[in-house]
Design a protein around this ligand. Structure first.
Ligand SMILES: NC(=O)c1ccc[n+]([C@@H]2O[C@H](COP(=O)([O-])OP(=O)(O)OC[C@H]3O[C@@H](n4cnc5c(N)ncnc54)[C@H](O)[C@@H]3O)[C@@H](O)[C@H]2O)c1
Length: 329
């Protein structure tokens, strides 16, 4: 597979070209032949004109790339190595919404052939790839995982807007359904990840690693947020406390703040959902989520209190919100 990708006798397809999918597709397209597939034809049209709909990449990032953008699934029949980077949000009850991943698996099931590879990059709970995704591909294609085609999981770590930690210079975790596939997937990713890859011992381990990276961050911020609420009641400046405590060698340097976007505030719910299914109600993780989900309301209340304190005309006060998440098309 690797040699044939290099020789452009085989093609790699990326399914879902958002914050995660487009950068990886373009990086690969500098080395091998790529098909970029997205169901949103408006976004595909923009990418055909070297415009990133997510506004992360410049038109020069599209230069010299061997890539075909499409929303026609038939074009995927020419692909041999599939990477899935579709969204994995939660619904209004914070339950994982796997609709996009399920649809992507159905699409792959229609075009996959013997010898092909499928690697998932979408953030999911441990077990999702093998228990939820693979059976859909097997059912629709009539092929078997491991013997007919190979699967793997390689979580993404990019941070939108962060020009320092890019795809090429952060170590990428890779995994496969067997040793052969893990080795092949590692070699393929090493084409674009200069920092190298870490081979996880199984797909589940790689899935779990991704989830806990964001869960750990969420919890650490939640602790700082709770401390800031307590210190506010004590008329103590939280930042001064953190500065003082930070002089100890093992004090972790986190700060209070709002947790938004579609990763840190979402991924822990994937883990707690699976945990609950297995009979364990996660407590610490959900406590952190409750604190962080409540911070926007807390900040709004504090801002109102300040306005009331310092302004006579509360109704006409203007509030500037910086860093609000905008829904893109
Ligand atoms: N954005 C991040 O910083 C980040 C970082 C690490 C991991 N992740 C994870 O990566 C995954 C993708 O996130 P994103 O931020 O790139 O999402 P995104 O919303 O920016 O883009 C997803 C793209 O997938 C397309 N799509 C949706 N359903 C599809 C389907 N069935 N077939 C083909 N295309 C489809 C959408 O049109 C969109 O262009 C998620 O699981 C997310 O949790 C995101």
């Amino acid at each position: 597979m690797y040699q044939e990708l290099i020789n452009k006798k085989k093609k790699l397809a990326v399914i879902g070209l958002g914050y995660v999918g487009l950068p990886i597709a373009l990086e690969f397209a500098k080395k091998i032949s790529v098909i970029g597939f997205d169901t949103n034809s408006k976004r595909v049209e923009l990418m055909c004109n070297a415009i990133d709909p997510s506004q992360e990449l410049d038109s020069k990032d599209f230069e010299g790339c061997d890539i075909t953008f499409t929303s026609e699934f038939e074009t995927l029949q020419a692909a041999d190595f599939f990477i899935v980077a579709v969204p994995t949000p939660v619904d209004e009850h914070n339950v994982p919404d796997l609709v996009a991943v399920t649809r992507a698996c159905e699409t792959i099931g229609k075009v996959i052939k013997k010898g092909d590879y499928v690697v998932f990059e979408s953030t999911v709970y441990p077990g999702c790839t093998e228990e939820d995704c693979v059976p859909i591909i097997e059912k629709i294609s009539g092929l078997n995982n491991i013997t007919d085609f190979k699967t793997g999981y390689s979580p993404e770590r990019i941070n939108p807007g962060d020009k320092q930690h890019t795809l090429a210079n952060i170590v990428k975790v890779v995994s496969g359904c067997d040793t052969e596939s893990c080795d092949c997937i590692a070699k393929v990713y090493e084409l674009v990840v200069k920092a190298g890859v870490h081979k996880a011992s199984s797909i589940k381990v790689a899935e779990a690693a991704k989830i806990i990276e964001n869960t750990q961050r969420d919890l650490n911020i939640a602790l700082m947020n709770e401390l800031s609420i307590i210190f506010d009641k004590m008329n103590i400046n939280t930042y001064e406390v953190l500065e003082a405590a930070g002089t100890k060698w093992n004090f972790l340097k986190f700060q209070p703040g709002l947790v938004g976007g579609h990763c840190i505030g979402v991924d822990p719910y994937y883990l707690t959902h699976k945990s609950k299914e297995l009979g364990y109600d996660a407590q610490v993780i959900l406590a952190g989520r409750t604190i962080n989900d409540g911070m926007a309301g807390y900040v709004a209340k504090k801002v109102l209190q300040h306005i009331i304190q310092y302004s006579e005309n509360v109704k006409d006060a203007n509030v500037l919100v910086m860093g609000a998440l905008s829904r893109k098309m």
